[in-house]
Design a protein around this ligand. Sequence first.
Ligand SMILES: [Zn+2]
Length: 315
Amino acid sequence: METQLKALARLDQKLASIIYAMSLISFDSLTSAPKNSLEGRASALEGLSTFYYETLINEETKVLLDRLKYQLDELDAANGALVQILIDEYEMIGHIPAAEYATFEALKARSSVAWEEAKEKNDFSIFAPKLDQVIRTVKKFVAYRNKSVHPYEVLIDDYEKGLTIEKADAFFDNLRKEIVPVVKAISESPTVINQDFIKKSFPVEKQKQFSEYIMEQIGFRMDSGILAESVHPFTMNLFRDDVRITTRYMEHDMISTIASTIHETGHAIYEQNVSKDYGHSIIATGTSMGIHESQSRLYENKYGRSYPFWDMYYG
Ligand SMILES: [Zn+2]
């Protein structure tokens, strides 16, 4: 068992290192990489994802995971979770031919650049062919897994363990019942709220200062992360002591900037609070996309859009 746990730890470190490198490349590409870096980056990502694939998908790992699978009861919670995640990951990508898996990573890098350009020029036709390729590839990958259910059923479970189309439909039906009448009542109301005061010009430099101030105020550890700028705000967690967020500054829409900053800070604080005990393992991150979004929304909507919050910070 001890030998197997050592092998598991080695595998974990290798995979976490590759993910770390790929994440940094992605963060760089979305924040500061020069325009002409695309092909070099796509090639590097293709190489790294080949390395990731070969590190995980091989006979040695398969034997290791097969053995540990039957000893889950004897493992501590962290190792148990790690084994389960690796088994799921193995199942997810093991049926995909290595070359196709790696090419997909390069395709995503190219798509991301096309999307940025399309967004900037407000022209979907720039992004559409790439998006089409991405969707075709994902469908093909799902087909390789040979599941007898609808492809979306497979994908929804990849992103949110245990969620099904049926459960998601019931959830959204419920939301629709409550939300649609509220939106209707607001849009049909004769009351017009004067929003001029938030549409004034707010210098970007001041917004930057205010964003950093608010991040620190609500609990972001400033020495364990950074705030950068991107076309669309996002959070990139490398590990608990390096969680990077981005925001987007709009001179005449300060509320949008601040809401984005608070939202991403919510994601980041969740990551900064991952237990130190998990070290730099691949398990040292948020548990699912749904839980992650609950944290960002808690900060953005419950705190950032509340009266007490602005009573405190408006001045
Ligand atoms: Zn979010």
